[in-house]
Ligand binder design. Structure first.
Ligand SMILES: C[S@@+](CC[C@H](N)C(=O)[O-])C[C@H]1O[C@@H](n2cnc3c(N)ncnc32)[C@H](O)[C@@H]1O
Length: 228
């Protein structure tokens, strides 16, 4: 395994992971994500862009079925697809997304069944200890400050709560080439992580029982708990 697999972006690096030559580009990632998904929102559920995320839903549900939970927050919830699969089970549903267009679609889908808000994953608008379960699918690789986002996910979890995080993944060296290409992309992609990087970031932000629960050629699903 190469040294890169053992490194992960500390906050300072994550804010300019494209290096000193590209600080301005990094600054625009959130704007790019917002614009990309605002534009895609009305057709996201039929668009190939959403198909990868849709394939993760059952994996996330399977991973979370091991625990009892009465409340779930989907971070980067998009059009509310995954949340809709938790409906009718007497579970309090909440979601957040940076894109007002995606949130509008989620509100249209979920109506009053869920509390869906426009919010950055790095600053979640809920009190500490609000949820038993936090889930996130195909959103994490858009976050310029992944440690801050994980810290927020941990903060809003109750003691003994759980996180299930699914994201885009690729084996070495495709992942590294993809991350290089992302420097020049315009859709808000920041970085795709190895399981080691995800594990280290989760550990650093206070998660425990960190496990890789699924890993296909293009996706990874990690689970973790909060005990303190
Ligand atoms: C590929 S879509 C996945 C949507 C949904 N989770 C799914 O699986 O269908 C990525 C989502 O992450 C959202 N996103 C990107 N950056 C974000 C951020 N900093 N905070 C919250 N959401 C963000 C985008 O607006 C978009 O809705």
């Amino acid at each position: 395994m190469l040294a890169e697999d053992f490194t992960y972006p500390v906050d300072e690096r994550a804010e300019t992971p494209h290096g000193l030559n590209f600080p301005q580009r990094m600054h625009d990632r959130k704007t790019e994500s917002k614009e990309t998904f605002d534009r895609l929102a009305p057709r996201y559920d039929r668009h190939f862009y959403g198909s990868h995320g849709r394939r993760q839903y059952q994996r996330v549900i399977a991973a979370s079925s091991a625990w009892h939970f009465a409340s779930v927050l989907d971070v980067g919830c998009g059009t509310g697809n995954l949340l809709s699969l938790f409906r009718g089970r007497n579970i309090t549903l909440a979601g957040s997304d940076l894109s007002p267009g995606m949130v509008a679609e989620a509100v249209r889908r979920l109506g009053g069944d869920a509390d869906v808000r426009v919010a950055d994953s790095e600053s979640l608008p809920w009190d500490a200890g609000s949820f038993d379960l936090v889930v996130s699918t195909d959103s994490f690789h858009h976050y310029p400050r992944p440690l801050q986002a994980l810290s927020e996910m941990r903060r809003v979890l109750r003691r003994n709560g759980h996180l299930v995080l699914a994201d885009v993944w690729a084996p070495f060296p495709i992942r590294q080439l993809g991350n290089l290409a992302a420097r020049f992309g315009r859709d808000g992609d920041v970085r795709v992580y190895s399981d080691m990087e995800l594990t280290l970031m989760m550990r650093e932000t206070g998660f425990e029982e960190i496990k890789r629960v699924a890993n296909t050629f293009s996706a990874i699903v990690m689970a973790a708990a909060v005990h303190k």
